[in-house]
Design a protein around this ligand. Structure first.
Ligand SMILES: *Cc1c(COP(=O)(O)O)cnc(C)c1O
Length: 416
């Protein structure tokens, strides 16, 4: 056999996910497996639920991860509430808005969209006006749009949805744990977070939470799987049953609830990882964590601008953990990324669709969001630009970031 023991190169990952994982999370993942109904394990599941409620700043009864990457959370929530023919309104301002449309269509929704130029977001009133016109059952919207580095304001939309009896479902995959999202205060009915972004846990789970308005919709569609249903439930097959078995939240919540009715086999090592990731978030403190994300974002932006580069998008709606940079004219963006990775071990991202080859995206998420990484990415980018036909202001990027870091952080955080 020719395969050597697994060994990966050392990397500085500054993409908008997956990002570097805190060593304490990696350590937790190597903890021995427990059986899925072992009280020692179900106790860990309960702790994960409790910590998720704190992360989402909610009193919701239900908060648990869907097993699968982040989009599995989007699909689970949407599949469980959408019945064929339901009207869903989706405001689109980047790639992940299109993903919401894609999922809604597959479950038979009648989808209405609002569009705006990539690099900007919507005035919430525009969404509210459209909602009054369309009268949808659901508004599904992205909070932090990773493809454009923009963040949609949501603080008044939820209240308007509640008044119109519309469900508000939010994709906060890129923003949860990096930006303040008070779920209950904003009247969000269902929300999806990501692990491999600001939580700094590997990809493979999607934490969600939803309130009793969502629960009452899914309870009305409940069909327990053949083979585990009781005699009574057996007769309950409904014409409007949830069209996915794997993403049937009505069944998954029975697995996470006191009944412990088996659905899938819980992904033990990922639960360990998520538990430790959440514990680290709460140990740091939500406010402190959000402040840390803003703090290093500012250092990065100062460095990039001092170098002579332009930040992409409307600054008024900038997404804190993702900074998009305009690729200068005549520069091959992919060559720059390749050099940074090969020579410095530093990874940044390109973008999608209309922004491909137009911008780079630099993530400052979770464990990757720290001073040494900011300095490395500025240094590597400068070197790669010089070798690819762009003359930056040499040395200025790293110096500007160092100047910024020279001021004690508590002063800067206070000012911000
Ligand atoms: C990354 C991301 C997703 C998709 O996550 P996967 O883990 O790749 O499934 C969905 N929505 C947003 C906003 C994202 O940033």
């Amino acid at each position: 056999m020719n395969y050597k023991q697994l060994q990966t190169p050392s990397r500085t990952i500054m993409t908008p996910g997956p990002v570097e994982v805190d060593p304490r999370v990696l350590q937790a993942m190597s903890t021995p497996i427990l059986g899925q109904f072992d009280p020692a394990f179900t106790n860990i599941m309960n702790e994960v639920m409790e910590m998720l409620r704190e992360l989402f700043q909610t009193k919701n009864k239900w908060a648990f991860p869907i097993d699968g990457t982040s989009r599995s959370g989007n699909e689970a929530l949407l599949a469980s509430v959408i019945e064929p023919g339901d009207k869903v309104l989706v405001p689109i301002f980047g790639r992940f808005g299109h993903l919401l449309v894609e999922i809604c269509e597959r479950y038979g929704a009648e989808v209405y969209t609002l569009k705006t130029e990539w690099g900007s977001v919507f005035e919430q009133q525009v969404i509210i006006d459209k909602m009054k016109e369309v009268q949808p059952k659901i508004v599904a919207v992205v909070h932090g749009e990773t493809s454009t580095g923009c963040m949609q304001g949501l603080d008044i939309l939820g209240k308007a949805c509640r008044e119109q009896d519309v469900l508000l479902i939010v994709d906060a995959v890129a923003s949860i744990g990096g930006v303040n999202i008070p779920v209950d205060e904003w009247y969000i009915d269902g929300i999806i977070g990501g692990t491999q972004k600001c939580l700094s846990v590997p990809a493979g789970m999607a934490p969600i939470t939803y309130n009793d308005r969502v629960e009452s919709v899914i309870q009305g569609r409940k069909k327990v799987e053949y083979g585990i249903a009781t005699e009574e439930e057996f007769g309950s097959k409904r014409a409007n049953m949830i069209r996915s078995n794997y993403f049937d939240i009505a069944m998954i919540q029975d697995y996470w609830g006191p009944r412990r009715l088996n659905h899938h086999t819980e992904a033990t090592s990922m639960i360990y990882a998520l538990r430790e990731g959440l514990r680290l978030v709460l140990e740091e403190g939500l406010e402190e964590r959000f402040a840390r994300h803003s703090y290093h974002e500012a250092a990065l932006m100062k460095g990039l601008e001092a170098m002579g580069l332009t930040i992409y998008g409307d600054p008024a709606c900038k997404l804190t953990p993702v900074t998009c940079v305009v690729i200068p004219d005549g520069v091959d963006g992919e060559k720059v990324r390749k050099l940074m990775l090969e020579q410095f071990g530093v990874e940044i991202a390109s973008s999608f669709g209309p922004l491909q080859e137009k911008i780079w995206r630099i993530g400052t998420m979770g464990y990757s969001c720290r001073k040494e990484n900011i300095l490395k990415v500025l240094q590597a980018l400068e070197a790669a630009l010089i070798r690819n036909g762009f003359e930056p202001k040499r040395g200025e990027g790293v110096q500007a970031a160092l100047d910024y870091y020279d001021v004690p952080s508590y002063v800067l955080i206070k000012e911000a």
